[in-house]
Design a protein. Structure first.
Length: 79
């Protein structure tokens, strides 16, 4: 379900949970991240994906941020 914890991401600074952006069924997990976790930062829209989800309600797409809106939100959080 949207907002439920899917797992944890370990970094040098912290271990943080990540949450489902939409409701649905996880259909694939990117096991490549186990051996090359740097893909998350280097290629998040390509090889660095975390999970693939079969979306239950396509209407939830409206609540997702575009990459540009996400970058804007991150930048605002730095101040």
């Amino acid at each position: 379900r949207k907002g439920e914890e899917l797992g944890m991401i370990d970094s040098v600074k912290a271990t943080s949970p990540y949450y489902a952006p939409v409701s649905g069924q996880v259909i694939e997990v990117n096991r490549e991240l186990e051996s090359t976790p740097e893909l998350l930062n280097k290629d998040p829209y390509g090889k660095g994906w975390i999970v693939k989800i079969k979306v239950q309600d396509p209407g939830e797409y409206e609540s997702l941020l575009t990459p540009e809106k996400y970058a804007e939100k991150v930048e605002k959080g730095k101040h």
